[in-house]
Write a protein that binds this ligand. Structure first.
Ligand code: 9MR
Length: 568
């Protein structure tokens, strides 16, 4: 019988590892048998029975699963459900997510500021340099004795934050922390990845080369006179939908802030210890990073109340700056993260003891305003290199990571798509794709604790969240541009809109489903209010379809770590 493509069959559109879980979720009331067929639809290679219908707790819709985990033969296949149709094609093979891992890392290359992207590396997305950022004005809010109003600084490089062209230290914080942690957690595997960037031939791993593009920018954001770090480098207002080289409005650095300075300290401390091993390739950079971190810490101690408040800033200074706020009044978690990274790098107990690292039993899922748990990840991974004071707390750190992982997996088997992502409607926030990826990372951090009782489950559900991101979800999109059969075609991403090329820049993670998106961006075309289905593949939908470096970093971590763990 003829089968047509059906979007009701949701699965990872890239594929599956031979020896791991493999499921598709069918939206609707189908029952009975299903088949796994070769992608030419000529041969049935496996037959199974659809699982019991279950109800999606968020939308109320009926779904069932097709489980073909036991089938392990390498190839390219489709799932066929009689009366429903066939799925998109997918592969079963080792290394199946390697291209995704490399592609998402390459996404950062496309976000580079102040440099041409030649066709050799950027293919059809080649473009001239934008934003030299060598004449950036000191916004009146940032003026100091050494840098008075009317002066400028040079602050080139970095990555564009997202679909806009500004550069924000707070969001660079978690982005860099996530990428550098990937390197520290899986050094051998990440060294083996070649991304085809201009630095691919040098002795540094491509992951670090890419991170250095942003690290060098971050270093310029510190005022050498006092150690404080500017919150962001930005236009006064967002650019239109033009290419980077056509966006030539004046740029400013705005006032120094507590969260920016502490995030900066954490990143510089972590980078400093990693780069020690590359002193020959990047002479002195490791030391510069550590001194920058120490200086930033000093500023934070001297100015503990300076939270960035954009509205407040705009009442006092001109011009008004109305670009991304990244405001966060609670810096207690940034203190914990900075203290921990400085402690682990310098082995100076004072950092550890100045801050209460365990204010309560919570282990918040990391996101740009919540970085406490990054400190626990770092303590766990550095277990062997801690001074006695840190060693003493290790059981406590492990307890945090395990209880977070246990609560994540709890009930995931009852969720309609059998993922941790989407157990609660609260997961569907602005940038929900990063929630999914960060849940996956949290599970992998706990998986790395070899004595954790449920660790095989952690790995299973981390992979399931990658399945979510690549298509097993309530909207049926693979959220990474260019990877999968149904992917975002119109992300809110200025170069993708303005370049006149049909395909968006690849390797960028769409923010994804966001229950409140319609209210937030007022883009037309939202078709539902069901929390897990509010997604709009239009470039005006910045609340559901923008891309951002912090989201991409989590995607890079999850895909790369799962690939690395396949080698075990
Ligand atoms: O990722 C940010 C999200 O958590 C906030 O809810 C949202 C609204 O404040 O802003 C997001 O960050 C945006 C930033 O402010 C500017 N560049 C684009 C970012 C992604 O949308």
């Amino acid at each position: 019988q003829e089968q047509a493509l059906s979007e009701a069959i949701r699965l990872n559109q890239i594929g599956f590892y031979p020896n791991a879980g493999k499921i598709a979720v069918i939206v609707g009331t189908a029952q009975g048998p299903f088949q796994l067929m070769t992608s030419d639809l000529k041969k049935v290679v496996f037959t199974g029975t659809l699982g019991q219908p279950r109800q999606n707790a968020i939308s109320g819709k009926t779904t069932c699963t097709a489980d073909f985990s036991t089938f392990a033969k390498t190839g390219t296949y489709v799932i066929v459900v009689p009366g429903v149709g066939h799925s998109y094609p997918f592969a079963i093979r080792p290394d199946v997510h390697k291209d995704v891992a490399i592609g998402a890392l390459k996404g950062f290359y496309y976000q580079r500021v102040s440099t041409d992207l030649p066709a050799k590396f950027a293919g059809k997305w080649a473009r001239p340099a934008g934003h030299p950022d060598n004449h950036v004005l000191i916004h009146p809010s940032a003026a100091s004795v050494s840098r008075p109003i009317g002066t400028s600084i040079s602050s080139p490089r970095g990555w564009y934050d997202a679909g806009d062209y500004n550069k924000y230290i707070v969001n660079s914080g978690i982005t860099m922390g996530t990428l550098l942690s990937l390197y520290e957690d899986f050094p051998e595997y990440t060294k083996s990845l070649t991304v085809n960037i201009p630095e691919s031939q040098n002795k540094l791993p491509d992951l670090l080369d890419e991170a250095l593009w942003n690290l060098r920018w971050m270093l310029t954001m510190q005022d050498p006179a006092d150690g404080g770090v500017y919150h962001k480098l930005t236009n006064a207002r967002f650019d239109g939908m033009v290419m980077p080289d056509k966006a030539i409005k004046e740029r400013y650095v705005v006032q120094k802030g507590m969260t920016a300075t502490l995030d900066f300290a954490a990143v510089m401390a972590q980078a400093g210890r990693i780069l020690k091993a590359y002193d020959r390739e990047v002479p002195g950079l490791s030391d510069s990073c550590v001194s920058a971190a120490v200086k930033a810490w000093g500023w934070a101690k001297a100015n503990p109340t300076l939270a960035y408040n954009q509205t407040d800033m705009n009442t006092k200074f001109d011009p008004d700056v109305v670009t991304g706020g990244y405001e966060d009044r609670d810096a207690s978690d940034e203190w914990i993260w900075a203290a921990t990274e400085l402690y682990v790098t310098t082995k100076d107990d004072t950092y550890y003891t100045t801050v209460n690292l365990f204010p309560d039993d919570q282990t918040p899922l990391p996101s740009w305003p919540k970085v406490r748990t990054l400190a626990y990840y770092t303590l766990a991974r550095s277990a062997k290199n801690l001074t006695p004071i840190g060693k003493k707390d290790l059981p406590r750190v492990k307890q945090h990571l395990i209880s977070m992982a246990d609560s994540l997996i709890q009930g995931a088997d009852k969720q309609a798509f059998q993922t941790v992502m989407g157990k609660s409607a609260r997961d569907f926030i602005w940038g929900s794709s990063a929630e999914a990826a960060n849940q996956g990372i949290a599970l992998l951090q706990a998986y790395r604790l070899t004595d954790a009782p449920n660790r095989t489950q952690y790995l299973h559900y981390a992979l399931a969240n990658l399945d979510y991101l690549l298509g097993r979800n309530a909207v049926g999109y693979s959220f990474l541009t260019g990877f999968g059969s149904k992917t975002p075609m119109h992300p809110h991403h200025r170069p993708s809109v303005a370049d006149g090329i049909l395909d968006p820049v690849p390797g960028l993670l769409s923010g994804g489903t966001n229950a409140n998106a319609a209210k937030q961006d007022k883009c037309e075309g939202y078709t539902t209010t069901l929390a897990d289905e509010v997604y709009n593949d239009k470039d005006c939908s910045y609340a559901s379809n923008e891309i951002a470096i912090n989201w991409n970093a989590s995607m890079v971590y999850l895909a790369t770590a799962l690939e690395a763990l396949q080698k075990d």
